[in-house]
Design a protein around this ligand. Structure first.
Ligand code: FAD
Ligand code: FMN
Length: 580
């Protein structure tokens, strides 16, 4: 599905040979779609190369100046050294600044079918993240165009298929200056419902210590919904530069690029866990295998891990041992060779298991490198996210993982590691990401839980939390394929029904004969009861597939409750989603 290829040779990127991108689109960015801009692109590249040279020369001059200053026998020599060092470092700093501008200039060139990456930034952070976002898409073979909000011309969005917005909030919940005219101009260009063709994602930067947290992001999100633009995923809020939220954004980028392995901007600091139990939940299912996994902390006595219902486990995957053996054989290297990797001593085989492997032709070019150089050259594998299906009080961290299989038969990177390659007892690199947007309600209001497939993971943690809190007004609507093979955790659900934790349970199986029926159909079929629960103050939590389920459920809820009422529930935190 995704075939990494060599990528950009921009100086701040990982080494060119180590940066992956999809082959299928690699040509798009540089060939037909670029023909009208080939001259600009070529000029930008030349400029970047010249700036690279200036930075290098500046840095060398700086170092030479310091050496001269330290070694010169006379005061004049020392002074000359200091001046050369100062000039050299100034050249390097200015070069870096120009380099960023040149790179932004290159990314802002128009490309046919490009994903627009638009930023609204007051002090530069959103701009920097937008630049990284556009660069990551380009490197993965997805053409991108980087624009500031004040460069977004009226009508641009109406003619664009996909856009990513990176926006901060400033003042007292205000839009950054560059975005102040945005809503006015675009509302004039496209009336309500005018962006039905646009798919979009929002990264909202803010700080929880302000009263109007991420207010501009929320205003933009509500406006997009009113324009009937289709959300690619739910808005990602970043509280004070939170690294976990940024990795979540990257995870979405990776999925947008068809699963391209985009190395994490900031690697999670994983803790060591152990695979305690793995059980196939759906033998005989017409769908892909889904597994219940139980993990426990590797070190006994290590501080008890803590999380809440709704939180996410970030998993550091490892390559299959057969893949590591193949790479070692190809490069004629010994897997037992001692190397340093991520600050620790390990073997080459262990280190390689955590690295993005280049496609064969590029791998062959690495023939003859030392084992250490190989480890240093290959970027670390990206993380993957999984909804946590249990509570700390259970003494284990449960996951519900569907095995992904690519068209060529390869298992998915992380789901392959978790469901097939890792053996019971194996170490699992895991970090818990707080997912505030999907935490339980603070009070005992009724809860309507809606989901499908592995989405039961997040909903199960909520039901467990409600059982512990003694809040029994819960209604679960859950969809899978067949009652016979896909009734995940049915014994537990039946027990919750029997003891009153679940007041209502609607199970919908799409392939049990008769017309296809999905969980959104159950929402529509229960319109009256749903309205009653909402009138009684209920909150709605949705977990599971973005494709098909989340959109279908959203449409069904809008039909049953009304579009404006659903928007208001979202604004009040009574409609929350964890969909992927
Ligand atoms: C917040 C969140 C919570 C999640 N919770 C769960 C969970 O509880 N359980 C669970 O099983 N998953 C969950 N996921 C999905 C999970 O993170 C991974 O995306 C999934 O396991 C596949 O990853 P992988 O590394 O195995 O596959 P990869 O090899 O990395 O493939 C990556 C992606 O490429 C896509 N893909 C695969 N084949 C094709 C193809 N032929 N064409 C186009 N695209 C393709 C798939 O969508 C896949 O997700 C969650 C995701 C998010 C963002
Ligand atoms: C003067 C000022 C006002 C801010 N006001 C808000 C606010 O109302 N709400 C919020 O969520 N964040 C607020 N923030 C936090 C910023 O949104 C956050 O720091 C963001 O990362 C800045 O991104 P930028 O550099 O792209 O502008 C404010 C920050 C500053 C400096």
């Amino acid at each position: 599905m995704t075939t990494p290829d060599t990528a950009s040779s921009l100086p701040m990127d990982p080494p060119a040979a180590a940066s992956p991108r999809r082959q299928g689109h690699a040509g798009d960015a540089g060939s037909s779609s670029n023909t009208g801009h080939a001259g600009h692109a070529g000029n930008s590249r030349k400029r970047i190369r010249v700036i690279d040279a200036v930075i290098l020369l500046g840095a060398l001059a700086g170092v030479a100046g310091i050496a001269l200053g330290l070694l010169a026998p006379s005061r004049a020599g020392m002074a000359a050294g200091v001046v050369i060092a100062y000039a050299g470092f100034c050249a390097a700093v200015i070069g870096r600044h120009r380099q960023r501008h040149a790179r932004a200039g290159q990314l802002s060139e128009a490309r046919d079918g490009a994903t627009v990456v638009a930023y609204a930034s007051q002090s530069g952070f959103a701009e920097q993240l937008a630049l990284q976002t556009a660069q990551a898409l380009q490197d993965a073979g997805v053409p991108a165009q980087l624009l500031s909000f004040d460069q977004l011309e009226a009508g641009r969005l109406a003619h664009c298929r996909q856009a990513l917005f990176v926006v901060s909030t400033t003042g007292e919940g205000d839009a950054p200056d560059s975005a102040s005219g945005f809503a006015r101009r675009l509302t004039a260009a496209a009336g309500a419902g005018g962006l039905g063709e646009l798919r979009y994602g929002i990264l909202a930067l803010g700080d929880r210590s302000y009263a109007n947290y991420c207010a501009f992001g929320h205003a933009l999100s509500a406006w997009m919904q009113r324009q009937h633009a289709q959300a690619l995923f739910d808005m990602v809020e970043v509280d004070n530069g939170d690294a976990g939220a940024l990795r979540h954004w990257q995870n979405h980028l990776s999925a947008l690029c068809g699963g391209a392995e985009i190395a994490d901007w900031e690697k999670p600091r994983y803790a060591d866990w152990r695979l305690h139990e793995r059980r196939l939940l759906n033998p005989g299912s017409p769908g892909a295998p889904a597994f219940h996994l139980a993990l426990v902390p590797a070190a006994v006595g290590q501080g008890a891990p803590s999380w809440q219902a709704g939180d996410i486990a970030e998993i550091g995957p490892r390559l299959a041992p057969s893949e590591v053996a193949r790479v070692l054989a190809k490069l004629s290297l010994d897997g037992d060779t001692a190397v340093r990797c991520d600050g620790a001593s390990t073997t080459l085989a262990q280190a390689l298991a955590t690295r993005i492997v280049l496609p064969d032709p590029h791998l062959a070019a690495l023939d003859g490198v030392t084992p250490q150089r190989l480890v240093d050259t290959l970027p670390p594998l990206p993380h993957r996210e999984y909804s946590i299906a249990s509570l700390p009080g259970d003494g284990q961290l449960d996951l519900l993982v569907r095995q992904t299989r690519h068209d060529d038969g390869r298992l998915g990177l992380a789901s392959g590691w978790l469901t097939a390659h890792a053996q019971p007892g194996a170490g699992i690199a895991l970090r818990i990401r707080t997912n505030r947007g999907f935490h339980p309600p603070a009070d005992d209001r009724p809860l309507i839980l809606i989901g499908n497939g592995t989405g039961l993971a997040g909903l199960r943690a909520h039901l467990k939390a409600r059982a512990v809190a003694g809040h029994h007004r819960n209604w679960l609507l859950f969809g899978e394929r067949t009652a016979e093979h896909d009734a995940f955790h049915h014994v537990e659900l039946a027990a919750w029904q029997a003891n009153g934790v679940l007041q209502r349970l609607d199970l919908v199986y799409s392939r049990d004969g008769g017309p296809l029926r999905y969980v959104q159909d159950a929402v529509r079929a229960s319109a009256g009861a749903l309205r009653e629960w909402i009138e009684a103050g209920a909150a709605i939590y949705v977990c599971g597939s973005l494709k098909g389920m989340a959109g279908g459920v959203n449409a069904a809820l809008a039909d049953v409750l009304g579009e404006e009422a659903l928007l208001r529930l979202g604004e009040q935190g009574r409609y929350r989603r964890d969909v992927y």
